[in-house]
Design a protein around this ligand. Structure first.
Ligand code: 5GP
Length: 190
């Protein structure tokens, strides 16, 4: 998506070899007009797939998921990062390793909101090693629901997550795919 790539070129900041900071329009301050264009694009891609729910992960996927959901006219569920253990039984759970902090944490979704008949579109801001997306996929599979596919804003295609998830037969559509990046050269797209 040209608009998103141009914005990354202009305002994205590469940190080290593998972290892209997009705090000025996506992860901290949020450009909702840009989000709307992204939501329209996800609707163009997945509009014919019978999506009944959008599922994302706390916190940075929520904004994009909400704006996207307006175009699908379906509810958004966000998987919560959980500390409490006493809710087992009422929730689906899985484990996610944080890309930015390296810690493993549990994510949960109430069984009330994810039903066997649901057709779920997963939305997230970044795809790196694929742990966040794999965690979301497990929640949907545990519910007996269907993963329609994933809509990702920025895929770092030089990291293994995209291949990992596509090799499981799951459709992954990313609006910007980064081939390589460095602090000196900036970002190169696929
Ligand atoms: P994964 O689970 O695929 O390894 O990483 C995806 C998650 O890590 C995303 O939800 C996102 O919050 C975070 N993430 C991964 N790479 C980056 C990055 O380069 N920049 C930012 N801002 N977040 C990232």
């Amino acid at each position: 998506m040209e608009l998103l790539e141009a914005r990354i070129r202009r305002d994205g900041k590469v940190r080290g070899d593998d972290v892209l900071k997009v705090d000025s329009f996506l992860n901290h301050q949020m450009d909702v007009r840009l989000f709307a264009e992204m939501g329209k694009e996800f609707k163009r891609i997945y509009g014919g797939c019978g999506v009944t729910k959008i599922l994302t992960i706390e916190a940075s996927g929520i904004g994009i998921a909400c704006v996207t959901a307006q175009f699908f006219d379906v509810p958004v569920i966000f998987a919560k990062k959980s500390q409490t253990k006493n809710i087992a039984g009422e929730v689906y759970t899985s484990k996610v390793e944080s890309f930015t902090h390296g810690k493993v944490y549990d994510i949960i979704v109430s069984k009330e909101f994810l039903r066997r008949e649901d057709r779920v579109l997963l939305i997230d801001d970044f795809l790196a090693n694929g742990s966040a997306l794999m965690g979301l996929i497990k929640l949907v599979e545990d519910a007996g629901a269907t993963v329609v596919g994933a809509g990702i804003a920025i895929e770092k295609a030089f990291q293994p997550g995209g291949d990992l998830i596509r090799s499981r037969g799951i459709r992954v559509e990313s609006l910007a795919r980064i081939k390589s990046m460095s602090e000196e050269r900036g970002v190169e797209f696929c």
